[in-house]
Design a protein around this ligand. Sequence first.
Ligand SMILES: *[C@@H]1O[C@H](CO)[C@@H](O)[C@H](O)[C@H]1NC(C)=O
Ligand SMILES: *[C@@H]1O[C@H](CO)[C@@H](O)[C@H](O)[C@H]1NC(C)=O
Ligand SMILES: *[C@@H]1O[C@H](CO)[C@@H](O)[C@H](O)[C@H]1NC(C)=O
Ligand SMILES: *[C@@H]1O[C@H](CO)[C@@H](O)[C@H](O)[C@H]1NC(C)=O
Ligand SMILES: *[C@@H]1O[C@H](CO)[C@@H](O)[C@H](O)[C@H]1NC(C)=O
Ligand SMILES: *[C@@H]1O[C@H](CO)[C@@H](O)[C@H](O)[C@H]1NC(C)=O
Ligand SMILES: [Zn+2]
Length: 934
Amino acid sequence: MYRNLLAVALLCLLTDGTYSDTNYRLNTPIVPARYVVHITPYFDMADDRQFTFDGIVSIQFTTTSNTNEIKLHSEGLNFTAADIYVGTYPANVSVAVTSLEFNANYSFAHINLASNLEAGVEYGLQIRYKGPIREDLNGFYRNYYIENGVKKWLGATQMEPTHARKAFPCFDEPELKASFQIRIDRPAHYKPSLSNTEIEKSEVLSNGYVREYFYPTPKMSTYLVAFLVSEFEAGAQVFNGTREFGVYSRPEAKNQSQFAFEFGTQVVDALGTYFGIDYYSTDSHLRLDHVALPNFRAGAMENWGLIKYREALLLYDPEQSTPYFKYRVGQIIAHETTHMWFGNLVTCHWWSNTWLNEGFANYFQDYITAIVNPTLGAENQLVIGSVYSAYSADSSSSSAPITNNNVNSPAEISGHFGTITYQKAGSVIRMIHHLIQDDAFKHGLNSYLKNNSFGSGYPEKLYQGLSEGVSAFNSLSTYSNTNIADIMSSWITQAGHPLLTVNINYETETVTLTQKRYYSNSSISSNEVYKIPITYTTQSSPNFENTKPVFIMEDRTHEFKIQNISQTHPWIIFNVQETGLYRVNYDDHSWEHIIAALKSNSNVIHPLNRAKIVNDLFALYTADEVDFSTLLSGLEFLHKETEYSVWYAALNGFRTLRNIYLGDESMTQPLKDLILSYLDSAISSIGYDSPSDDVEFLRNRMQILEFACHLGHSGCVEKASSLFKALRINGTEVAPSLRPVVYCTGLRHDSNHTDYDFLWDRMVTTNLANEKWVIADALGCTISERMAKSYLFSMLEPDSPIQAQDLTKPLTSVLSVPEHLNVVIDSLKTNYTVWSSIHTSMDSILSTVASYLHSEDDFNLFESWLASCAECNADSLTGTKAALVRAKATKDWANSHKAEILQALKGSTGSASLAVPSILTILVGLAGLIISKY
Ligand SMILES: *[C@@H]1O[C@H](CO)[C@@H](O)[C@H](O)[C@H]1NC(C)=O
Ligand SMILES: *[C@@H]1O[C@H](CO)[C@@H](O)[C@H](O)[C@H]1NC(C)=O
Ligand SMILES: *[C@@H]1O[C@H](CO)[C@@H](O)[C@H](O)[C@H]1NC(C)=O
Ligand SMILES: *[C@@H]1O[C@H](CO)[C@@H](O)[C@H](O)[C@H]1NC(C)=O
Ligand SMILES: *[C@@H]1O[C@H](CO)[C@@H](O)[C@H](O)[C@H]1NC(C)=O
Ligand SMILES: *[C@@H]1O[C@H](CO)[C@@H](O)[C@H](O)[C@H]1NC(C)=O
Ligand SMILES: [Zn+2]
């Protein structure tokens, strides 16, 4: 599954000391082998069957011990004891059902039997039931789209992690694998349904429906079952009996599927070669279809053979889509396709180890994409996209380890689909890849996949596979006394990641390394020790291509010698290309050498290491490991910098620092002067609108212009406004790569909300989902409080383009303009009931708002409202309270660091004098910055 990146604040699971209830586990002796699932959906019927379905599930099973109870999952499905039949199979000697009990808390159905089921005997269980075609984007749910003014309904599925039980009664745990035969009765005017496998046969029924029988799936987990009942068509496909592949969408969008088709067919072949198992060899009736849905909760989902996506993340229009989406579509197709092996063929045994699915998908989403299509910029995303997010999610004392044993309930399971499971595990896998090198890694993955095909993955089985690769290629032989299981588990079972501190004594040529767990809060410490693969390179013979570690640091400290450094005092840089998941600090003298090298000729240092220095310096300053003047001098080379990844790190740091001081003019003004002086240099060399095909170049220009316009850089604002006027007045289309900044900046001059209405109409009428996405992100930039307020409730309009999948988009877009915080709080005050009718979890809405509080006034406004809010049941707002605590900690940090920062900024040359004159000073700060999404 690919998480939806736009989700509002995910509520942190409180793992410390809270009791995780293991009664959520089925804990049953029953072992299912085969399911037949027969579904008959009713869409917009004029009777009481509307948006319901009839289901029949038949399950063939055995039991490992005698039992008179069948306990399985069922949620929101209607059946009684009379709808259940149990008998031996195939002889069909019936076993009487005495009673049926539902336990809604655990979503169990208990079927009690008159006599024991006996171990070793085969049984059949059949249940006839009815269920709703849901609205909440889980289980079997409905979607619609408008085609020529007609509302078209379709039925889609999302089962992972715990929603299969909402579509059919089942043993809904990943380890209880079985084969599934899907049968669907669909309305005759719909197109043939899709499921995991090919259609075996179909027949026309007397009621006008068409019944479609699908081939049995390979043995797999319940959460991978999928079907689609729709009028969708394939925009591009291979349909010839072998290597079948298709990209499906609403018919009007099918001309946007070419990129997904080309990239998707290449990626499934490339991964098959890399893993040593061809996709189509795993089962003779598997297809590989990719479906673009109008309404989908996650980003995408890897159902075996039938991958489902948000439309914006699968369909791509080369003339209209921003370059960001070209990368995203490639990345997400690669992510889901990787799951065909990691997740589908071999599945995490339980959600405590979801990383065995998602860590690999997260790694290969960029690794294989960089190989298949080097022009998408995926290589750098391994670091700035994954390693950087891992650091931020893993810097506090509440961060959970990658293997999280406190995962039992559905809420805990969903909560563990987070940055630790995806980006952190992906970054650990990348570190291990560089440690054991490609041949051993490939061999190891192949062993793991082959030995566990159609079965369950465990960390120990993965380590076993990798160690076979290590032995075959002798790839740990240069490191004494070590093995892959020990190295890896020090990262997988321990929370956090290390800060490596380097002390170089150039006179004695001795380097002393020390490690400790990194906490952004300098007052916290703990005792973890990680097994750190150490890489470094020196000025004497710079080599940023060799990423094979020199040694593995197993202890808290380590000392070693580097020859011939006493004469020339070369710079020495650790963690080459950031292949290791650790931050690096140096002693002052060593920093001086590195910073001098950056200033004189930064190009000798790899861009990912330049980015690392910038990213680490901000983090080190946050944790009081360096002072602000070191950070400032470490940034000076940015005046000459043009690389995307370095700017990504810099903008992240600047943005975070500025956000911390929002509302405090005495800080935001000098910070703005400093940041604009750098942005101005970058704009001078990058320009505003020269055409280019280079995805990274275009994304770099976008991130720089977005922040520059946000801060009121006059050139940027003028350029963007004129492009917006040309669009609105003359219909001159904006180059896709500039649309986010042009739309947002345009809305700042919206004196009478005609511009807002213009963009809203464009969002309603565009046929391109990612254009809709870009506009939805920009609408909150409106200067009009009235429009901002109405945008917050825009999903309530009839057939609103803001569908269930995007319910929180207006909120995050509006909050991206700091001045709109009042608008949001005011709306909560006056219309709380409207808010709570839209959003299922007000706790996550309010924690999102809390995370945007900065000034004393903000806190007073929000907290006094919360205290007086009768409707909002403040006791249950645990996430909101935690978010308030975090926001206040940030505020304390801001207060305690203010004097030092101001002092350093005054002393720094060039910031005040380079301040960019802005003719639009009054507008400064009003623009919305959409946090670096393009
Ligand atoms: C088994 O017998 C029951 C009742 O006699 C009947 O309804 C059901 O269809 C039979 N099942 C099979 C698989 O033959
Ligand atoms: C299931 O039963 C409930 C309670 O009787 C009823 O409200 C609901 O409509 C039923 N759902 C279906 C799909 O039959
Ligand atoms: C079907 O198409 C695939 C992909 O184009 C091709 O590799 C394969 O050879 C074709 N098979 C047949 C039987 O034509
Ligand atoms: C619209 O087009 C006309 C004619 O080409 C041009 O003179 C005018 O400046 C344009 N207006 C804007 C806002 O771009
Ligand atoms: C809004 O302003 C634009 C230009 O600023 C003007 O052309 C338009 O007529 C105004 N619309 C309304 C409804 O006042
Ligand atoms: C929000 O509250 C105001 C004032 O109570 C009311 O006029 C307005 O209709 C409400 N909006 C919605 C969408 O209910
Ligand atoms: Zn995934």
